[in-house]
Design a protein around this ligand. Structure first.
Ligand code: ZN
Length: 427
């Protein structure tokens, strides 16, 4: 499959039926499939391990779960949809009245045909989720309930891949992989992260790129707790979530608000995404809130299309494979490529001939380049880069001030370096 959009959509389709949670076989199987695409290492942390203020939970094992009416007919059965069972439900085998059952049933009246997604990770509870229409049809009779699950000591798994660049400065790309059978949240983030990693592997890079495929919240907290020594090397990062629906792109800024990733996203959005939206940081959402907690303070933003909670299908069975499209996945991937190009190549340079303009013709930079007549915009890019490369402007700010596209400004800088007219400045 040559088209990356179709390839990512097909990969999401393969992952869709797996019953993922924050631990367990479904998560491991998903990581194993990602490992078939890119060479991630799969790590495991034993249940009970402390990670800052949190404890790695036991593994959730689910065999079967159903509710049957007095005729022995299934009312709901986990076998038909992963979302029917509240995640981390503890074991139950009981007969009960509708009134006793009701507190354990969850539906979404605004979307009466969809099954909502509920979890009970850190408290001992059980429950079923079902379409509101079906809930309304339940008769006042006795029901038989079976939740055949276990909580066992095991491990919490996550996938990690470091793609080395020429410097050991690192950029994080993080996505959560703990949601069962929902496409936009979270398969879209997983497949785009895997796809872009496969592109970066073959590319010369300045920064190193660290990809994390983690269960939400506990996964990023555990990773941060284990990798505190790496934190000073991380220049920034992006969480990818809800990146496959046809809505316009949305970006939630980092806690810093004006880091290179914030500026790079803004530049790409301004240039080619007229309907995209940029939101300020807030300590809610996905794992950017862990990376951006005050003691960690990494500049990690969150890239989405329709952001969490903003679409009615969010956290329901209606967030299915028809909700994400190959076109939207491809579009997100293309914009992400551009954002990462800026993040990777944004440097500061020093003009080594700042006393008046250098005579560009002498260096083969004026009028013709390699025998080809250069356009006026190429010349303008050279002049802007020379003029503003006094040590105080990085390439992105030269692009912003000149109104010239970053790739053109970057090209000009590389030609000026080659000609011996500029050198790179390191902090
Ligand atoms: Zn979610």
């Amino acid at each position: 499959m040559d088209d990356p959009g179709s390839r990512m959509h097909a990969f999401a389709e393969q992952l869709f039926p797996i019953c993922r949670s924050i631990t367990g076989d479904g998560l491991r199987e998903s990581l194993r499939l990602i490992g078939e695409q890119i060479p991630i290492a799969i790590h495991g942390l034993p249940s009970g391990t402390q990670a800052f203020d949190w404890t790695i939970p036991q593994e959730w094992v689910v065999r079967q779960a159903w509710i049957r009416d007095k005729h022995g007919e299934d009312v709901v059965n986990f076998r038909n949809h992963n979302l029917h069972l509240v995640g981390y439900s503890g074991p139950v085998r009981a007969r009960m009245s509708l009134a006793e059952l009701m507190p354990h049933l969850h539906s979404k009246p605004e979307l009466p045909d969809a099954i909502p997604y509920r979890t009970s990770y850190y408290k001992d509870d059980w429950g079923f989720c079902l379409p509101h229409r079906l809930l309304g049809q339940l008769k006042d009779e006795e029901y038989e309930v079976l939740v055949d699950t276990d909580l066992v000591d095991g491990e919490l798994n996550y996938g990690e891949l470091l793609i080395p660049g020429s410097s050991d400065e690192e950029f994080l790309i993080s996505c959560h992989c703990c949601h069962p059978s929902m496409a936009n949240d979270n398969l879209s983030g997983m497949v785009i992260a895997a796809e872009i990693a496969s592109h970066l592997i073959d590319r010369p890079l300045r920064q190193s790129y660290r990809f994390l495929f983690l269960p939400g919240t506990i996964g990023s907290i555990a990773w941060l707790a284990r990798n505190q020594a790496l934190i000073p090397k991380i220049s920034g990062g992006l969480v990818l979530a809800c990146v496959g629906d046809p809505g316009p792109l949305t970006y939630k800024k980092t806690r810093h608000g004006n880091s290179i990733v914030d500026r790079a996203v803004e530049s790409v959005f301004n240039g080619e995404c007229p309907s995209a939206e940029i939101k300020e940081f807030m300590p809610y959402g996905y794992d950017e809130r862990q990376y951006g907690s005050p003691g960690i303070n990494l500049a990690v933003g969150c890239l989405s299309r329709s952001s969490y909670g903003s679409f009615p299908e969010y956290h329901t069975s209606a967030d299915d494979m028809s909700f994400i499209t190959a076109e939207a996945l491809r579009d997100t991937l293309e914009k992400l490529e551009k954002i990462l190009f800026i993040v990777d190549r944004n440097m500061r340079y020093l003009n080594l001939k700042p006393m008046a303009e250098p005579q560009l013709g002498k260096y083969g930079l004026y009028g013709t380049t390699g025998g080809v007549r250069t356009g006026r915009s190429t010349e303008m890019a050279l002049l802007w880069v020379l003029n503003l490369s006094d040590g105080s402007n990085d390439l992105l700010s030269i692009a912003e001030k000149s109104g010239i596209d970053f790739t053109q400004i970057h090209d000009a800088s590389q030609r000026l370096v080659k000609a011996g007219l500029m050198r790179e400045l390191r902090d």
